[in-house]
Design a protein around this ligand. Structure first.
Ligand code: RB5
Length: 144
């Protein structure tokens, strides 16, 4: 199960990603918005809480740039959010950072590329090994 959310800047791209998730039979919870003006920190919080509660494994957030969503998401304990615009970053943020949230820019990316990035993010496993201690150090920063 994944959670997905957007603000008004990411609404059209979120719809395209949702269509793709349906085609892939990937279950999701849509945390809004429905296209109306909305504040990305509110949607980021609602969407990421589905991950930190354990209800969802990962999340996808879309705003105009992906940046506001990533800033908000990374303030939430337990979240490792990465804003990606290229396949290498989407792949390696899973392999090396164990990112649990992908942030995309609805005004930056075409739907074709964004869907490819979402697939890479959803299908790539964390490499573990030497990356475990580094990811743990990232998480330890939450308490410093
Ligand atoms: C909304 O206009 C826009 O600021 C927002 O979608 C996002 O790009 C912020 O980072």
């Amino acid at each position: 199960m994944i959670s997905i959310g957007c603000d008004h800047g990411g609404y059209e791209l979120k719809l395209a990603i949702i269509e793709h998730l349906k085609e892939r039979n990937i279950e999701f919870i849509d945390c809004g918005c429905d296209g109306e003006k909305s504040d990305y920190p509110d949607i980021a919080e609602k969407t990421c809480k589905k991950v930190t509660s354990g209800e969802c494994d990962k999340a996808i957030l879309v705003c105009g740039t992906g940046i506001g969503m990533s800033m908000a998401a990374n303030k939430i304990k337990g979240i490792r959010a990465a804003v990606c615009s290229d396949w290498y970053s989407a792949k390696y943020t899973r392999l090396h950072n164990d990112a649990n949230v992908l942030c995309l820019g609805g005004r930056v990316l075409g739907a074709g590329l964004a869907i490819e990035l979402a697939d890479i993010f959803l299908d790539t496993e964390f490499e573990q090994g030497r990356h475990c201690a580094r990811v743990q150090k990232v998480m330890d920063l939450e308490d410093k």
